[in-house]
Design a protein around this ligand. Structure first.
Ligand code: ADP
Ligand code: CA
Length: 422
């Protein structure tokens, strides 16, 4: 630059294990935008993370570090990749006058209890819920519960610790299980470690809406059907198929509910990932998160002239929004289910699965010899399969055919006498 200062860059705030960082870095590179990653990933294999700014996402001092980095070389935009970083992202973007959500909205969208309360107060349909204080006697707090219920932690994601219970005995078991998950998390937010949500189980098909907010207006980028019923007791994500095959009228209503939810939460800028269940003629909000879809699913979406979801998010963040065009054709992703817990020995049939017409890509995220931990405790994805076809039916059929060709060989994990894994 002529004034001797270096070009403005994008700030990417990411937890160390984020699946999204590399996709965002690729998109930034494609757009000729320089990016700085702020993360806890000092030892990351991704050089941009290892060489980036090392911050503690749970420490308020992180904001000062980011401001100092901005003074050295100004940020043109901020993207927070995951739930764990959206609040810090909104603080720094707000301080610098860049497109952002109010920090309070980011907090609401991360904390399931606050989100439920704000939405219920605004008349947006959410499951009936109550908060359980784990430090007090449970019995009086659980009086008059109508089963089935769903137990969940206040601030985890990817369905971790989300458990259906059909009676009081199952509920006690589920509460104990979520307590041990929380104990292993190292969250410093005391309220989150001492409370759980207990919700009415809402039946009905589930959908996910991927959107982008700009000055409070929601552009719907994709509506995904989740064609496998999610009845519990755990809620493993499997198929996401777009475009939705539900009635046009219900699709309009689902979008309206997400718009209302964003307004109630105060979300105005950037990506939105919402999940709803269709109950009769209406949508019930499961979750509205101010980030993109989880895992590596975003790579399924292509807009306009081949732009990915991350291109849209980054362009919006640096104040140069791209025109948004809905994705076309049928597309689907399968988050490959973990058949059982244990040590992954090998996956057979990948080559055959890749040859199924419509299959674009198969990614395996866990290497042989590593442990597979199923829900409700597990946090990682075995892998992803992507399909593209003329119609959503064909995309789904391709994924099912390809999945049928996989044989996932898992060996039991040996447990030594002292309880340590072998
Ligand atoms: P996470 O943020 O970990 O994804 P969610 O609250 O979105 O947690 O719950 C994960 C999944 O569990 C949902 O997508 C849904 O399938 C199921 N689920 C959660 N709450 C309920 C509920 N009250 N009724 C029915 N299903 C639920
Ligand atoms: Ca969810």
């Amino acid at each position: 630059m002529t004034d001797g200062r270096r070009a403005a860059r994008l700030l990417l705030i990411a937890p160390p294990n984020s699946y999204r960082t590399v996709s965002y870095l690729d998109a930034a590179r494609r757009r000729g935008i320089d990016a700085l990653v702020a993360s806890e990933g000092r030892f990351s294999l991704v050089s941009e993370i290892a060489d980036g700014l090392h911050i503690d996402l749970q420490d308020p001092a992180a904001l000062e570090q980011l401001l100092a980095a901005n003074t050295a070389q100004p940020f043109a935009g901020v993207v927070a990749t995951d739930d764990a970083s959206v609040e810090l992202g909104s603080h720094i973007a707000g301080t610098l006058g860049l497109p952002h959500n109010p920090p309070q909205a980011a907090l609401y969208s991360r904390r399931k209890d606050l989100s439920r309360q704000v939405l219920a107060d605004a008349g947006v349909p959410v499951p009936a819920y109550r908060l359980l204080d784990l430090t007090r006697d449970h019995a009086p707090q659980l009086e008059d519960l109508v089963y089935p219920v769903v137990v969940k932690p206040l601030a985890l994601s990817a369905s971790r610790g989300v458990i259906r219970a059909d009676n009081a005995a199952e509920l006690q078991g589920a509460i104990g299980r979520v307590e041990s998950i929380l104990a292993g998390e190292g969250t410093r937010e005391r309220f989150v470690t001492t409370h759980l949500l207990i919700e009415a189980f809402v039946s009905g098909p589930e959908v996910a809406l991927e959107g982008l907010l700009h000055e409070g207006r929601l552009d719907v980028l994709a509506l995904f059907d989740k064609p496998d019923p999610l009845e519990g007791p755990f809620f493993e994500e499997t198929y996401y198929i777009s475009p939705s095959r539900h009635d046009a009228a219900i699709q309009v209503q689902l979008t309206r509910r997400v718009e209302q939810a964003c307004r109630a939460l105060g979300l105005r800028e950037g990506p939105v990932h919402a999940e709803l269940r269709i109950n009769g003629e209406d949508g019930v909000i499961m979750e509205v998160a101010s980030r993109t879809i989880g895992g590596e699913c975003a790579r399924l979406l292509r807009f306009g002239t081949g732009q990915g979801l991350e291109d849209l998010v980054i362009s919006h963040a640096v104040g140069q929004p791209l025109p948004v065009k809905s994705a076309t054709g049928g597309a689907g992703v399968l988050m490959i289910p973990i058949p059982q817990g244990g040590i992954l020995r090998r996956i057979e049939g990948i080559t055959a699965a890749r040859t199924v017409p419509g299959i674009e890509e198969i990614l395996i995220n866990i290497r042989e010899g590593y442990e597979l931990v199923p829900l409700p405790e597990g946090a990682s994805y075995l892998g992803f399969m992507f399909a593209r076809a003329d119609t959503p039916e064909e995309a789904e059929a391709a994924l099912r055919a390809a999945h049928a060709k996989l044989k996932i060989v898992v060996a039991p994990k040996l447990v030594l006498e002292d309880g340590r894994g072998g």
